[in-house]
Design a protein around this ligand. Structure first.
Ligand SMILES: Nc1ncnc2c1ncn2[C@@H]1O[C@H](COP(=O)(O)OP(=O)(O)OP(=O)(O)O)[C@@H](O)[C@H]1O
Length: 459
């Protein structure tokens, strides 16, 4: 027993000390004992399957292939399972990239694609790789691979520039920050299917929806910033426009942040979050509050890269929340361009949406005046806001077969008229609205049961 433990300990030590793999497999996978050949990087990257590969850090390849070969060839000494070597003192270029074709033990390549789960194969890189699923072009994939190698080498006090035959990565500000989990999450969408979705949604837009879409997309494309409010009552297609806008931008590999004032509303948005959670808005925002986002953090980098911010159900939020976001974006984005300090939301395109007839901010025991004072349109921001309107209730129009369509139309018009202050008399500051008889449940023993039956009948 002691002997076995000693042997195992020696094996581990030998593996760690090993500066380069002593053996590797050949094309047939059974050629242990041959020296590893040096291959130019281009031979490897130009192979047909390469674009489908998720890049895998060297340690992962070594780990994955090593454990699989152990499963297949249990009788081989442990060292012979290690197929790649990366020494802290002596890195050989021919070991930097796994020779994927020539190592059949490196698991099924079809499983290791850009949508795949290297992380599942390799526990060691689970945290690191599970967000690296953004769709990449061949060049981006190659560059990421090289960036990762460069980072690994830097950890060893070396650099790819030490190896003249190796290509070098491009690191620049606009480059995808693949260590930023927040950015990677926002780039994870399937661009191809989003592009198709966008085409389908775009042709369906009504003329007033198309006008709204064009205004916002123009602002995003020109990158000059803009502050919009999309005003439309229920069923006019606000969510439909959010989907069209976000698919248009995301299918190009750009970032849209979709938030809503409430958790339930955020569920209707693809990638939606609550605004408090996404922008770290203080729970009790005051007149001078800023969001809890520090310069240089992953969240601030995500915001810098964002093309469009969509904020649904905005009217129910206290105006201090929007003002806090405005101050924070100016502060973050002034480092990109000093003039952003003087621009609304730091020059980002921000679209809020909702209906002021619906829920307004809740002020405990507040008067009407208190509530009006804290709504968005009492903010300094509102003076700079471009209000876009949707008026046609598409939800109703799509239900033309519904035998209760007329009832629904009447009810919808009546509710809107109340919201617009067209119905009701003001007596001593209190508005009184007459409810039509057909909407009142009279003479009933069990009103809740009756209401339930009526509700089911109509909807
Ligand atoms: N141009 C369109 N073509 C086809 N269907 C549409 C169109 N616009 C909206 N719809 C449909 O109408 C319904 C209502 O739209 P949507 O949910 O976007 O409205 P909304 O303004 O967000 O409503 P609410 O405020 O109640 O959430 C949805 O089923 C949506 O798919």
């Amino acid at each position: 027993m002691e002997e076995e433990k000693k042997l195992a300990r020696n094996n581990r030590i030998n593996i760690r000390k090993q500066k380069r793999p002593k053996v590797c497999s050949d094309k047939n996978g059974d050629g242990f004992g041959k020296e590893k050949k040096t291959q130019p990087l281009a031979d490897i990257t130009n192979r047909q399957h390469f674009p489908r590969l998720n890049y895998t850090p060297l340690e992962s390849c070594a780990h994955a292939s090593s454990s699989q070969s152990q499963a297949q060839y249990p009788n081989l000494p442990t060292q012979q399972h290690l197929q790649f070597g990366l020494s802290t003192s002596n890195v050989q270029t021919n070991f930097l990239l796994p020779d994927l074709n020539e190592i059949p033990l490196l698991p099924e390549l079809d499983d290791v694609n850009i949508d795949g789960d290297v992380a599942e194969i390799n526990d060691a890189t689970e945290d690191e790789d599970d967000y690296e699923e953004a769709e990449l072009t061949n060049d981006e994939l190659k560059n990421r691979c090289l960036q990762k190698l460069e980072n690994l080498l830097k950890g060893c006090g070396r650099t790819l520039y030490d190896f003249p035959t190796m290509p070098t990565p491009v690191f620049n500000e606009e480059e995808v920050d693949n260590t930023n989990r927040l950015i990677c999450e926002e780039l994870r969408y399937n661009r191809c299917s989003l592009s198709k979705e966008h085409e389908q949604l775009l042709v369906k837009l009504t003329s007033e929806q198309k006008l709204v879409y064009d205004r916002i997309i123009k602002s995003v494309n020109e990158d000059k910033g803009g502050f919009f409010f999309l005003y439309g009552h229920g069923g006019t297609g606000k969510t439909f426009i959010w989907r069209t806008l976000s698919s248009a931008i995301r299918c190009k590999g750009d970032i849209v942040l979709t938030v809503a004032s409430s958790g339930i509303a955020s569920l209707l948005l693809l990638g939606g979050r609550t605004s408090h959670s996404r922008f770290a808005i203080p729970l009790n925002a005051t007149e001078d509050s800023t969001c809890n986002i520090k310069q240089g953090t992953p969240l601030s980098k995500l915001i810098v890269k964002t093309k469009l911010i969509i904020w649904d159900e905005a009217p129910m939020m206290h105006r201090y929340c929007f003002e806090a976001l405005d101050r924070t974006l100016r502060d973050i984005l002034r480092f990109k361009d000093a003039s952003n300090l003087d621009r609304l939301f730091g020059g980002k395109t921000v679209v809020l949406g909702g209906d002021f007839r619906q829920i307004l901010p809740v002020i405990p025991k507040g008067t009407r005046q208190d509530i009006v004072n804290v709504t968005l349109n009492s903010s300094y921001l509102w003076n700079h806001c471009q209000v876009l309107k949707l008026t046609k209730n598409i939800r109703l129009e799509r239900n033309q077969v519904d035998s209760h369509l007329n009832d629904l139309r009447q009810f919808s018009d009546w509710i809107l008229a109340i919201g617009d202050g067209m119905i009701g008399n003001s007596v001593d500051g209190i508005d009184k609205v007459h409810i039509p008889d057909d909407l009142i449940i009279n003479n009933c023993d069990d009103p809740i049961c009756r209401l339930w039956k009526v509700h089911i009948r109509i909807f």
